[in-house]
Design a protein around this ligand. Structure first.
Ligand code: 15L
Length: 273
């Protein structure tokens, strides 16, 4: 856990959606010390509420339930929804309709800031020999990436029109350790994830920001120059894992689209036959 965990509680009530997923479980315990009440939601079972937690089982496409979910919260960390490539219907329900419901609920409940889990797959069709920044055009590598680009654009509208601030985190690969050569570039440690989320929750001014969620990796395809106002500084790196990863995957097929493009296997996965 990163050092910021010991900082004083800054929020009366935070909402964490998608709290039953891999990153949700990490942030559940890491956000708890920063708020008086941590409201957790997911479609899946979240288990018993611990001290200071509120647990709600909610489908994002259920508009009245999402409206009620955002009542009385200071800020939202939105991890909920489909987090991999999938058929259009579930993506549409959770990541298009669901995100619309979330922003409408924020507007109607007066919630002023959202940390939105976007994805590197918004730009997955850039090549691995390119370094990109947040102002370059999106190049989604599938329907999932398109849905995250929709979320980023909806967030832009709700900032321009209603002043709701969003930090869009184009998360790379946040796992205990990088699983393959690609993840040497996209790796985001859990401690850096926590630093990034806390920076976005506490920065004085966020506006509508897009930041690539990666650690301080030696191989890096992302330039975060347009997000320095957020104050996120990665402290971890994929480098300690490099030797083991390269030993496991010594040869790369340079004709494989998964090796050519930043999105990796996502560029050739999905509902297209
Ligand atoms: C994502 O957006 C996924 O949610 C995650 O499961 C990983 O596959 C990650 O991207 C990645 O690109 O490694």
């Amino acid at each position: 856990m990163s050092e910021s965990t010991n900082s004083p509680r800054r929020f009366a009530r935070l909402l964490l959606t998608g709290a039953a997923g891999g990153l949700g479980r990490e942030l559940r315990r890491r956000l708890r010390p920063h708020c008086e009440h941590l409201r957790l939601s997911d479609v899946a079972d979240l288990g018993e509420a611990a001290d200071g937690e509120e647990v709600r089982q909610v489908r994002l496409e259920d508009r009245p339930a999402v409206r009620a979910l955002l009542e009385g919260v200071d800020a939202v960390v939105h991890l909920g929804g489909v987090s991999v490539e999938a058929a259009f219907d579930p993506i549409c329900d959770a990541n298009i309709v669901g995100v619309y419901n979330l922003y409408e609920a924020a507007r109607l409940n007066g919630v002023r800031r959202i940390v939105f889990a976007s994805s590197n797959h918004v730009t997955g069709f850039y090549r691995q020999d390119e370094v990109i920044d947040a102002r370059m055009p999106v190049r989604p590598d599938g329907l999932y990436g398109v849905s995250k680009a929709f979320g980023e654009n909806l967030a832009r509208l709700y900032f321009d029109r209603h002043g709701i601030e969003t930090a869009c985190l184009r998360i790379g690969s946040s796992f205990p350790e990088p699983k393959d050569r690609r993840m040497l570039a996209t790796y985001l440690s859990y401690d850096d994830l926590e630093r990034l989320v806390m920076a976005c929750l506490t920065a004085p001014v966020v506006g509508h920001s897009v930041v690539f969620g990666v650690s301080d990796n030696s191989t890096l395809w992302y330039d975060n120059r347009h997000a320095t106002h957020l104050g996120y500084r990665a402290r971890d790196s994929s480098e300690p894992f490099r030797a083991a990863v390269e030993a496991r995957q010594p040869v790369l097929d340079l004709d494989d689209p998964a090796v050519i493009y930043q999105g990796g296997a996502f560029v050739r996965t999905g509902p297209f036959e």
